[in-house]
Design a protein around this ligand. Structure first.
Ligand SMILES: NC(=O)c1ccc[n+]([C@@H]2O[C@H](COP(=O)([O-])OP(=O)(O)OC[C@H]3O[C@@H](n4cnc5c(N)ncnc54)[C@H](O)[C@@H]3O)[C@@H](O)[C@H]2O)c1
Ligand SMILES: O=P(O)(O)OC[C@H](O)CO
Length: 320
């Protein structure tokens, strides 16, 4: 495909993914919410707030004007926090080319609707589901920015479109695998964030490897059961978007979700953990949906408590 591609969101993953796209030969425009970040990327080829040390290739530019970024782009990559996607996309939809492919990098579930990101995109942009591609896998942005070898899953209900995106993001260090299971690919990426919080808590509490192996194994089993109930292919959870991402996120000190959990495990409050983690830890939003996260009104609870649910018994059929 010719023409330029847009990456909307200049955080860690948006910036690292822009490098992947550029290294794969695309002309890339990053949209940043803050003009100062866009100006720094344009003038220095760096984004020091998010990925210090990364030098972006010359075929990456940046703007704070979403219309300019998206106009004429055949591929539009969405890399904003999951809870802001609906609002952001509502503002951008009018700029989208009629046949543009929309790529979701987000790993979250929308609070209030419990929709996956691809569902939010279909609803908000008014596009057919087969125009939406999900990219998810063990993809810690700083490692990919450093050119360390990694693989990912490119999922779409339209096999040809998945292959198109696969080709657009293949580099010597980034190996995408296609998959038709959008539901499983998205759920693997969203649910592992919550398990990584628990893993971080366990790590800070100096719990042992038996505990942590149990969290990963039982966490994966729960994810797979949830996924199957929601229409996913169980095999997806044995792959990069399931086990692969779960292991990377739980075990890496680079993970914001694990780090957030470690702060909690040391006895800090949600607010202290958020301030220390700084970047988007999607699992915290999912694990504490009743909390209103920092904003003009500060910290408070929307509702007194949520249902505790019933504990999963050891006799539950399925993976053990
Ligand atoms: N960082 C990673 O290693 C990684 C890897 C794979 C997937 N992801 C997923 O990618 C998504 C984005 O994460 P990230 O790591 O780039 O986060 P980040 O915290 O590094 O960056 C988020 C970006 O969104 C912007 N932003 C914040 N609020 C906004 C709003 N209201 N409107 C528009 N933009 C806003 C921020 O300014 C920033 O540029 C998340 O769903 C995350 O789970 C991240
Ligand atoms: O830093 P985290 O915890 O958001 O994890 C980043 C990626 O999702 C790992 O694949």
């Amino acid at each position: 495909m010719s023409g330029h591609v847009a990456v909307l969101g200049a955080g860690s993953w948006g910036t690292a993914f822009a490098k992947v796209l550029a290294d794969a030969g695309n002309e890339v425009t990053i949209w940043s919410r803050r003009e100062q970040v866009a100006a720094t990327i344009r003038s220095t080829g760096t984004n020091p707030d998010y990925l210090p040390g990364l030098r972006l290739p010359a075929n990456v530019t940046a703007t704070a004007d979403a219309g300019k970024a998206v106009s004429g782009a055949w591929l539009v990559v969405l890399a904003v926090p999951s809870q802001t996607l609906r609002g952001n996309l509502a503002e951008w939809t009018g700029f989208l080319a009629p046949d543009a492919t929309l790529v979701s990098l987000m790993k979250g579930i929308e609070l209030g609707t419990t929709k996956r990101m691809s569902q939010v995109i279909v609803e908000t942009a008014g596009v057919a589901a087969d125009r939406v591609v999900v990219v998810s896998g063990p993809n810690l942005a700083p490692e990919i920015a450093a050119g360390q070898p990694a693989a990912t899953v490119v999922a779409c209900t339209d096999t040809d479109r998945a292959t198109l995106v696969q080709n657009a993001v293949t580099t010597s260090y980034f190996r995408p695998y296609t998959n038709g299971d959008v539901i499983g690919t998205e759920l693997g990426g969203a649910v592992k964030n919550v398990i990584a919080l628990a893993y971080g808590i366990a790590t800070a509490m100096r719990l042992g490897d038996n505990t942590k192996a149990t969290l990963i194994t039982r966490g994966l089993a729960e994810t797979a059961r949830l996924g199957v109930a929601l229409g996913a292919d169980p095999l997806t959870f044995a792959g990069l978007a399931g086990l692969g991402d779960l292991v990377a996120t739980c075990t890496s000190p680079l993970s914001r979700n694990r780090t957030f959990g470690e702060h909690l495990g040391r006895g800090e409050t949600l607010e202290q953990a958020q301030v220390a983690t700084r970047q988007t830890a999607e699992g915290s939003r999912a694990a504490w949906p009743s909390v209103t996260w920092p904003g003009p009104t500060g910290w408070r609870c929307r509702s007194p408590s949520r249902s505790s649910g019933s504990a999963t018994r050891a006799s539950t059929p399925g993976w053990r």
